[in-house]
Design a protein around this ligand. Sequence first.
Ligand code: SF4
Length: 209
Amino acid sequence: MTKCNKNEIFSHELPTTPIDPETQAKRDAKIQVAMIGFCGCWGCTLSFLDMDEALIALLDKVNITRSSITDTKRIPGRMALGFIEGGIANSENIAVLEEYRENCDVLISVGACAIWGGVPAMRNVIPLEECFREAYIDSETAVPDAKKTIPFHEDIPTITTKVMPLHEVVKIDYFIPGCPPDGATILKVLDDLINGREFDLPSAMNRYD
Ligand code: SF4
């Protein structure tokens, strides 16, 4: 499996805005946190954003790096906590997840898709070739008379035959169930971990709606 090259620049990435050294040093001294999404619907990421102003109260301790809040494309270094939404559905997901495992002290699966595959794993009962055929050849939304083809290019990540939960690929330290878990639940986990308390999620905080 090809590892992500952190120095590689993709065309959609803009050069980083320079930060003055003092501000950077303050950020570096905090607990580094990242959140990314793989094969999911971004609902769990929205719950991360739903922490709203409660997150502001934690910002003296925490530096949010790669996430939907910052739009940073890569984790800039060693992370204390990595929150991950979504299951593993292609080769790029695997490479990025392995990079996270290597660079995060604690990894947390957030939501049903990350924990057991969730909705995307519904395709696991259908042969991959049939999925492709339905999506690209027999699709009712295909443009009439257009040449129908299943896209293939060496730069397109290879789709895995099954959607996998994260823990089937790397070791995961904690799990936050739900579809999605709500912001208060994620906040409790974040608050506990950055303040040195044990991960302790009461079942009353789990939600599956
Ligand atoms: Fe979306 Fe639910 Fe999967 Fe979260 S667990 S990514 S809310 S489908």
